[in-house]
Ligand binder design. Structure first.
Ligand code: ACM
Length: 263
């Protein structure tokens, strides 16, 4: 249950899908990492001008990006989670995938769309799946999902050891909020954020970096800089996420008083 896990903090070039994938592979190649998280929309960039423009870049999931990364993951004996724009018929989702040494494992479609994403993406419709490997169980979240404690809670209640959080963060709150999500759920959370600015048409975004690994109980294992591009990783013991006691007499799930929660 002890694995080397981490993230790639990336500055994608808008629309340069091949180049962005090659950059990720180059950043990972020198390292032995068992599990890595890539940012939201890491192949394309973020600031789409319209639904029509997004349609040109959206791809099936699984599709070409997953295929290419599966080969890499097989060779490197690695699990990879990351975000892409997914086309499914006439729908387009802000999605993420999990794949591993044995191939594609599954996907998540962003449930909580942020700001102008609502104008170009369809809202996710697959709930919060948890995927099982021989070593761990993992759930996927995408960026703005951080604001909704129900999302992390649902994944934790399904038994995940770790949340793989692909992000393109622009608000300044998430990195600290994820420490709280980890305390509430006694779960690992890896947030892979992007860096840099994107200015296209009347859209302008500045991304906050500070990708991080948080351990159960809110222990900050690693936090990156706001601007550096690169891979960050640490050895973590996923077994830590299995004990849901915060004192010998307090179990964070069993102590809930659901009869009083008005939701
Ligand atoms: C975000 O959800 N990309 C801020």
């Amino acid at each position: 249950m002890k694995i080397r896990a981490g993230y790639v903090q990336l500055r994608p070039k808008f629309g340069k899908v091949k180049e962005n994938i090659e950059k990720v592979k180059a950043l990972l190649e020198p390292h032995e990492i068992h599990l890595v998280v890539l940012p939201e929309l890491f192949t394309t960039g973020y600031a789409f001008l319209s639904r029509e423009e997004l349609e040109k870049y959206a791809e099936p999931l699984p599709g070409p990006t997953v295929e290419e990364l599966c080969e890499f993951a097989r060779r490197k004996n690695m699990y990879i989670a990351g975000g892409i724009a997914e086309r499914d018929g006439d729908r387009i989702y802000n999605s993420s995938f999990l794949l591993g040494p044995n191939g594609y494992m599954g996907k998540y479609r962003k449930i909580h769309l942020f700001y102008e994403e609502k104008e170009i993406f369809d809202p996710g419709d697959l709930g919060f799946p948890v995927f099982e490997t021989p070593d761990f169980k993992a759930g996927l979240l995408i960026c703005f999902d951080w604001l909704f404690p129900e999302a992390a809670r649902t994944i934790a209640l399904k038994g995940a050891h770790i949340i793989l959080h692909s992000a393109n963060l622009v608000l300044p709150f998430c990195q600290d909020a994820m420490i709280t999500r980890s305390i509430e759920n006694r779960i690992f959370i890896i947030t892979a954020n992007r860096v840099g600015e994107e200015k296209r048409g009347d859209k302008e975004y500045a991304f906050t970096g500070m990708s991080q690994i948080v351990a159960p109980g809110g222990r900050l294992v690693l936090r990156d800089s706001p601007r550096r591009e690169g891979a960050g990783f640490a050895k973590i013991n996923l077994k830590e996420a299995e004990d849901k006691h915060i004192t010998p007499e307090n179990h964070i799930f069993e102590d809930r008083r659901r009869e009083f929660y008005e939701l």
